[in-house]
Design a protein around this ligand. Structure first.
Ligand code: HEC
Ligand code: HEC
Length: 413
């Protein structure tokens, strides 16, 4: 992981010091007081301050942490399918807020799949990018989305954000780092704020601590219980969960710990969620890669319904699941995987014709995009792909992916 941090540190240094002379400014004869080169540490501290600063939202009540709560693995603190935001704090979102943990290795979006070690894989298909549809190429690019979005922090324009920054508690720090006239250059100031947020989110202790029980197990420092071990087996087993085919559970060839995702974009056919306000319009569909949030693939029918496979780290601490928050109970998600195709009537409502409207969150013409590989693809009326006992075991295993595992003190366990 250290390996990954370096390019970021360089990139930041490069961006911030672009105009600086080769020699440190204070050593040069023409030294004049002004902004010094900014260190990654200073950016991180500024980013932390901005992340929690509610004054940066139009309502004055919302910060990044409102939706990405540090005590919930930087995921949502509640079970809402989508969070409320906007000027009045009442504008509903259209998607579940993801955890911001373990995003440090998300590759930039690409239409071609790469494996965990960056090699081209035979498995072709869109991969990577930030957000559920991969439309932001970095946490840096991502930050501007919520700051501006009308149903989130609702600032509308970068200039409006900078105006708030100028009056925020972070203003003095901002000027110390980037020069006293930084706020007269709104585009630059906005960019620095996004950069600071990005650097904050690269902080390993908070964003990728690798301190779950499963990590301790991989390091040989903890034993899984019999139940957790059975759960891991069922999770990996191609004839049961086959979960690890997308949610990678093993260390990569280079030894990197697993992110529990291969970052691939896949349609799993999550049921339509009537809790989402946008879904009151029966013509509205969130089609992921092919739009409407993303616009570059609006003519790619074969991309409709695809969403980026999320990490399952800390998933047992969430109360809302899938891009549309269709589920609120992890056990239900596992049952959905076991029975989506064997008992569709349990998961999808009936259509006007009285038949089960399978894949009801996708217009009929895109339903063929839905993934049919194991654990999917069972025959309607057939046996579930794995049992309720497997589900119990897998739930126990998934809990080992929660961060903050405290090994039992020797002699006390
Ligand atoms: C109103 C709730 C809300 C607020 C406030 C918010 N976010 Fe988010 N965040 C979301 C949602 C919802 C998504 C998924 C968006 C999508 O897929 O289109 C998301 C996605 C992200 C992602 C991408 C995660 C991934 O898995 O690719 C990052 C990074 C992120 N937010 C950072 C931030 C930062 C930084 C701030 C503050 C500047 C912020 N968010 C404020 C709700 C919020
Ligand atoms: C073919 C790839 C694939 C397989 C196999 C797969 N998943 Fe997923 N998983 C996904 C994708 C893609 C999503 C997001 C779908 C969406 O939001 O529409 C997802 C979402 C989830 C979520 C919700 C996470 C969140 O933050 O909302 C859970 C939990 C989950 N999967 C568990 C499992 C388990 C357990 C298995 C095995 C029984 C499994 N998955 C098999 C691709 C896969």
């Amino acid at each position: 992981m250290q390996r990954l941090l370096l390019p970021i540190a360089f990139a930041c240094a490069g961006l911030v010091q672009a105009a600086a002379p080769a020699k440190p400014a204070y050593q040069s004869a023409s030294y004049a007081p002004g902004p010094r080169p900014v260190s990654a540490k200073q950016l991180e501290e500024l980013g932390r301050q901005l992340f929690f600063d509610r004054s940066l939202s139009a309502s004055g009540r919302m910060s990044c942490a409102t939706c990405h709560s540090p005590s919930h693995a930087y995921g949502p603190p509640n079970g809402l399918a989508a969070q409320l935001g906007g000027k009045d704090g009442k504008q509903p979102g259209t998607r579940a807020a993801p955890s911001l943990r373990y995003l440090q290795s998300v590759p930039p979006f690409s239409e071609h799949f790469h494996d965990n070690d960056g090699n081209d894989s035979e498995d072709a298909g869109p991969t990577g990018g930030y957000t559920w549809d991969g439309r932001a190429d970095s946490a840096h690019a991502q930050a501007s989305l919520p700051l501006l979005a009308a149903n989130e922090m609702a600032n509308g324009t970068p200039a409006a954000v900078v105006d708030k920054l100028r009056r925020s508690a972070a203003a003095a720090r901002f000027q110390r780092l980037f020069g006293s006239d930084i706020f007269s250059h709104p585009a630059q100031a906005f960019d620095k704020a996004a950069l600071a947020l990005e650097v904050f989110q690269q902080n390993p202790r908070e964003f990728y601590p690798y301190d779950s029980k499963y990590d301790a197990y991989l390091r040989g420092q903890a034993k899984l219980t019999a139940k957790e071990a059975r759960g891991l087996k069922a999770f990996n087993d191609p004839d049961k969960g086959n979960c690890a085919s997308c949610h990678i559970s093993q260390r990569s060839e280079s030894g990197a710990f697993p992110a529990f995702t291969d970052y691939g974009h896949i349609a799993v056919g999550a049921p339509r969620n009537p809790e989402l306000a946008a879904n009151r319009d029966s013509h509205y569909f969130d089609l992921g890669l092919c739009g409407p949030a993303r616009t570059d693939f609006k003519n790619r029918g074969d991309y409709c319904g695809l969403f980026r496979t999320p990490s399952l780290r800390n998933v047992a601490s969430r109360k809302t699941f899938f891009h549309n928050g269709a589920f609120h109970d992890l056990r239900q998600v596992l049952r959905f995987y076991a029975e989506r195709d064997t008992r569709p009537g349990k998961w999808y409502p009936k259509g006007k014709d009285g038949k089960v409207a399978k894949f009801d969150d996708l217009p009929a013409r895109y339903q063929a995009n839905v993934n049919m590989e194991a654990p999917f693809g069972g025959k309607a009326g057939g046996k579930a792909m794995f049992s309720e006992r497997d589900i119990d075991d897998m739930l126990a295993f998934l809990k080992t992916l929660n961060d903050g595992y405290k090994p039992a003190v020797r002699g006390k366990s």
